[in-house]
Ligand binder design. Structure first.
Ligand code: TRP
Length: 457
């Protein structure tokens, strides 16, 4: 069957691609995870290693994904089938697209539940619910939300509904408009929050926490965390960037520069998020810069509760998390929607509704893992942790590995040069060496180490 290429539309400008990909990259990973992981793993040492991982593995694989997408101009499954045929190799490489579809839907199912918490907290801030609360109350507030499946389902449903609404409206009117509205807003809000946080919070202690070199906290495990996180935060390994690259006009110049800009933006937001959160947390000496969900949903409300204009800025903060999560969630499902659109059996609206139903049901597993299914575990992990582990630690690195190998070793070099011929010679060769040797080796190490580490424990 010959498929029609470019069926899902085009970004109106290549900057929309940069915004969309940056929107996909900037998400809960930057605002929730990066700050506390950096703090826990040796501060400045970790940030440095993380930056090296972004530059050495993240950027090259992102460039590979975007390049593949733009050449194929279809959803990841069909793009990989097409490109494999073009280079006369087995169309089994389309498995990259298949695994991406599964990973994207699994990730969205739990991402939507967590993003739903931000919706709930936005509402709480608007009602000044954090005003002058004490530590036990802040903990109970979060505990009560997690213990209540009905409430979790309401927020999960609402978040998923907004995501599907955007995706349903299509690449130009849905995704394109959404990222052009949300991304500038996100940057402005983040800067405003930074100014607030630097004024009323303890910026000095926060910078020490994030950037001081604490080598005693830095272990080999930290390297793996840095690499894995570089991967997750840039949305690599599942075809999201490939799908977005497919909506670029042919012969767009400077793909390399666009990818670099996306990575810089993503990293800047992660660091800035840390410089927003920790000064606020440290402003209240009784609060521990504790880890995980607690930092955003317990420590932060507690800190906001005793600050000037705290309720207002808490609302701004949770709204920021919401738009960051939304511009990411749309990229998790777009590859699947695009693929079904190309099959032409269903309309885009029917497709989104159907996928939404599947993801919503899957999300119930995550919802219940915090309450009625709490005891239900597989190798010590509940449903939510299992999904997180399977996707972020197994499927994404494996997908990235396959992409690096395909572009580095399999794909016809003439086609690659046709796509990014304007890149400087030295950079091209450096990129190839990274894709052929450095990335696969590093990813393989991460992959094996995670398996040994996690399955062993
Ligand atoms: N990068 C996003 C974050 O940091 C998450 C994300 C969006 C993602 N799309 C993805 C992760 C695709 C892996 C694959 O929160």
């Amino acid at each position: 069957m010959e498929l029609e290429r470019g069926l899902n539309g085009r970004w109106i400008h290549r900057w929309t691609f940069v915004l969309a990909a940056a929107g996909s990259a900037v998400g809960l990973g930057n605002i929730w995870k990066f700050p506390y992981v950096a703090g826990e793993n040796g501060g400045g040492v970790f940030v440095l290693v993380y930056l090296v991982c972004i530059a050495l593995v993240g950027v090259p694989i992102m460039l590979a994904e975007a390049m593949l997408g733009r050449r194929g101009r279809m959803s990841p499954i069909n793009t990989m089938t097409y490109l494999a045929r073009e280079s006369n190799v087995s169309s089994g490489w389309a498995l990259i697209g298949w695994s991406g579809i599964v990973a994207g839907m699994l990730i969205l199912s739990f991402y939507s539940v967590v993003a739903g918490w931000a919706l709930h907290y936005l509402l709480l801030s608007l009602n000044s619910a954090f005003s002058q609360i004490d530590a036990p109350t802040a903990g109970e507030l979060f505990g009560a939300l997690l213990a209540n499946p009905g409430q979790l389902i309401v927020w999960h449903t609402l978040f998923l509904f907004i995501t599907l609404g955007i995706v349903c409206a299509g690449v130009v009117k849905g995704l394109g408009v959404a990222v052009r509205t949300m991304m500038p807003m996100l940057l402005v809000l983040l800067l405003a929050l930074f100014l607030y946080s630097a004024t009323v919070g303890n910026l000095t202690q926060a910078t020490h926490f994030l950037f001081d070199f604490n080598p005693q906290d830095f272990t080999w495990g930290s390297v793996l965390i840095a690499l894995g996180h570089a991967f997750f935060t840039l949305s690599l390994g599942m075809g999201a960037i490939m799908a977005y690259g497919a909506y670029l006009p042919e012969n767009t110049p400077s793909l390399g520069k666009m990818v670099a800009a996306i990575a810089v933006l993503d990293t800047a937001v992660a660091i800035l998020a840390g410089l927003v959160i920790f000064p606020i947390v440290f402003a209240n000496p009784s609060i521990e810069p504790g880890a995980g969900p607690g930092l955003l949903f317990i420590s932060l409300p507690l800190a906001f509760g005793s600050m000037p204009l705290g309720s207002f800025f808490a609302a701004v903060f949770f709204f920021l998390i919401l738009i960051a999560a939304l511009s990411s969630s749309i990229s998790m499902i777009e590859p699947t929607v695009a693929w079904l659109v190309e099959r032409k059996a269903w309309s885009r609206i029917k497709i989104t509704a159907f996928l939404g139903a599947v993801i919503w049901l899957l999300g119930l597993g995550t919802v219940f893992s915090f309450n009625i299914w709490q005891e239900l575990t597989l190798w010590g992990r509940n449903f939510f942790d299992t999904l997180d582990f399977i996707t972020a630690n197994l499927m994404l690195p494996l997908g990235g590995l396959c992409i690096a190998v395909f572009v580095g070793w399999i794909m016809n070099k003439a086609f690659i040069e046709e796509e990014i011929g304007d890149i400087r010679h030295g950079i091209y060769h450096g990129w190839m060496i990274v894709l052929r040797y450095v990335s696969p080796l590093l990813l393989l190490v991460v992959f094996v180490m995670t398996l040994v580490d996690k399955l062993g424990s």
